[in-house]
Design a protein around this ligand. Structure first.
Ligand code: CA
Length: 238
């Protein structure tokens, strides 16, 4: 996958492609509560755009969609060498459909009606580099970000952050290995629609303070700058 370059791209961990509103609502609600950022689309056409724009780390794909069969879309993704994990969700429980789904490159398969905890377990298994435990703790390597009490620890040691530093760190951590651009930080953390030149300085100051607090004294540096793109937390296996 290429890195996001559009200033309009919004980080989403999980893309849900499902046309049944009740199922979508349940998934969006449950996954958001579990700490993922979720984007939902109800057609193949919209899903195609969402993959390009939002750069999800995982797709939950229904097979019966209004503009075609989800398997066709899956085949299309695989043909372009997209290695993005896909969990297929379907009401069709025949053995043939399952085999076909796995043949087309699905990473996992769940038959409706499914239990949400089971789906969540499978999503987490597919995204194990960035573990989200419970509903509020984000973990990246030995860094732990608790969004409930807004505390941060590295290697078990508490780190004092300002409120804005916390928001910046949590936002970058939440994007789960995808770089976060300065435009995204401006919009999502500072809640400004247009980035002004001054913002680059403000963001850089926050990032450099975070580096000082999070990475200083540790051999492994977690906050990485991707030139011309933005920032990312190094979620690779140590
Ligand atoms: Ca459907």
């Amino acid at each position: 996958m290429s890195l996001p370059s559009s200033s309009e791209s919004v980080a989403a961990n999980v893309l849900v492609v499902e046309d049944d509103r009740r199922v979508t609502d349940g998934l969006v609600c449950g996954l958001t509560e579990a700490g993922f950022s979720v984007r939902a689309e109800a057609s193949i056409k919209a899903a195609r755009e969402a993959i390009a724009e939002a750069k999800p780390r995982l797709v939950i794909l229904d097979l019966g969609l209004p503009d075609g069969n989800g398997l066709t879309f899956l085949r299309e993704l695989r043909r372009f060498g997209e290695s993005l994990p896909v969990i297929v969700l379907t009401a069709r429980d025949s053995v043939e459909d399952r085999v076909e789904g796995l043949d087309e490159g699905a990473d996992d398969y769940l038959v409706k009606p499914f239990s949400f905890p089971e789906l969540l377990a499978r999503v987490r298994a597919r995204l194990r580099n960035v573990r989200v435990s419970g509903t509020e703790i984000l973990r990246v390597a030995d860094l732990e970000i608790n969004r409930l009490n807004r505390s941060v620890k590295r290697a078990g040691v508490n780190i004092e952050l300002t409120s804005k530093e916390f928001d910046v760190l949590a936002f970058i951590a939440q994007s789960a290995g995808h770089p976060v651009s300065r435009d995204m930080l401006t919009r999502e953390v500072w809640k400004l629609n247009n980035r002004v030149a001054l913002m680059d300085n403000v963001i850089d100051v926050h990032i450099s303070r975070l580096r000082e607090k999070i990475d200083h004294g540790h051999e492994r540096k977690l906050i990485r700058t991707i030139r011309g793109v933005g920032f990312v937390l190094d979620a690779s296996e140590a």
